[in-house]
Design a protein around this ligand. Sequence first.
Ligand SMILES: *Cc1c(COP(=O)(O)O)cnc(C)c1O
Length: 592
Amino acid sequence: MLDEFIHEPRVAYFSMEIALRNEIPTYSGGLGVLAGDTLRAAADVSLPLVAVSLVSRAGYFRQEIDIQGRQVEHPSPWDPARFAQPLDAKIAVPIEGRAVWMSAWLYVHEGQLGGRQPVLLLDTDLDENRHDDRELTHYLYGGDETYRFKQEVVLGIGGVRLLQALGFRIRQYHMNEGHSALLGLELLRRYRYPAEDLRPGELPYDIPRVRELCNFTTHTPVEAGHDRFSYALVQRVLGNVVDVEMTKRLAVAADVKRSRLTTDESFVDLATFKHLAGEDSLNMTRLALNLSEYVNGVAKRHAETSKTMFPGYQVHAVTNGVHPFTWTSDAFRRLYDRYVPSWCHEPELLTRAECCIPDAAIWEAHLQAKQALIDRVRALTSVNLHPKVPILGFARRMTAYKRPDLLFADMERLKAIAQQRSFQVVLAGKAHPRDDGGKRLIEQLHAYARALEGVVPVVYLPDYDMDNARSLVGGADIWLNTPLRPLEASGTSGMKAAFNGVPSLSVLDGWWMEGCIEGVTGWAIGNAAGANDGDARALYDKLEQVVLPLYYGYTNEPGGWIKVMKGAISKNASYFNSHRMMRRYATEAYTR
Ligand SMILES: *Cc1c(COP(=O)(O)O)cnc(C)c1O
């Protein structure tokens, strides 16, 4: 079953979440979608990769909105057997002194260009395990911090062991966020010095060797997004490991010939932990930074912010990109197939959109995608949107720093703008079940929608997922983004919009610092250095004086609106795509 994947060395891409397809709810937001897009790009550009994630059998959650506008969370379980094959190898990881056994499901991504890439979805739900251990791979970002740490043991340590047991040859490891940083410790155990060669006080591990193998991408400039665990917890879970016994059983279960597991009785000593991951607590980000030769942020601005967060580390910038085929509406896929053949393999060719696609064909494709969104909105909410009125789209994780309420900061001003030139708004997004601020925002947005009834149609599309996202980025006329600077690491939905000729109206943060050419690819809200508190006013001014007049054709811009649509495609879709991102990782990170 694995033969086609183990004959050549691969890059192991580790992520706690991954968006493989709409029916598989193993993702919560941008990080998972990016992991999925990376896999899909690797398939299109033939870069051998294996993705490692958790099976998250219970899914993230399905979002319903009640009549008060409150988020209701429903379980979203999925059956791995429907989409993936069980692998027979089993390995164990040390947790609280016992062996927790795990296996994996093999999901094979089949790209639309014929490329195939394997994904291992780790699973502890095995008969060998205690009840609570069987649930370790059920809940994505669920449970308390002990549960979370155990999940990270499964992902990092278990992932490396399973790859080895299955016969994968890994040329580079790629950690995404600190969640998988324990993989570096497992590699240290693999490359340790013989005790007799050690000088007093020297750590027994070949750290340079491990660093050569590891890459780390940080995805968030929000401090709370970086996991820290107390050493008391770490020792409770990983200390006093009865590893000798376990290793014997492992050698039977896994392949003895391939397995080079050591037979010591502790996982990694506390001194090493503290040296690599911080004196006071286990900082997963610091651990990943110290064990990776190549470190990067996900946009130029984000790399700068990360350098100030982690002084002393070299942080490169590889700006994110999105997968062309996945995020392009059916109508635009047909358009590109006709005018820019092989755009799926070489999205750079979309620079030609500017001169090679007739304006009328762009507009016709857009109207089809817009109608598809209007139909979906009607089906899901029974609201009728108007095809001739511009749609502002805003959809992403609902959380405070994304400021989904900024558009509604001054309701009188908003109404006045709409009375002059009408527009409609489609919103979507899930709040993490424990993010009370995010949940309150969803309620508030519904209150604003009610208050605007009869003046501005505002609809909230429930259960934001890959399908809703594709429909929204394809059918909106303007893609809105209003994060609090500098907290948006990259943001990717605006890039998806660009593939559909939808210009962004966005605060200058994350990728938009690089993507915005004023009036050519979209528009900036405020300026890069400006204080965040002027943003609402800047948004209203731009909408009222520039964006809506251009849409309705009341200005004398040559080419008008469609010229900006083409600017978004030819200048941004051609660059902010996963293929360029993947080629950069291949030539700059995975080179050792
Ligand atoms: C693209 C996407 C995201 C990330 O959007 P951002 O603009 O980066 O916040 C989140 N959720 C889903 C379902 C997506 O498709």
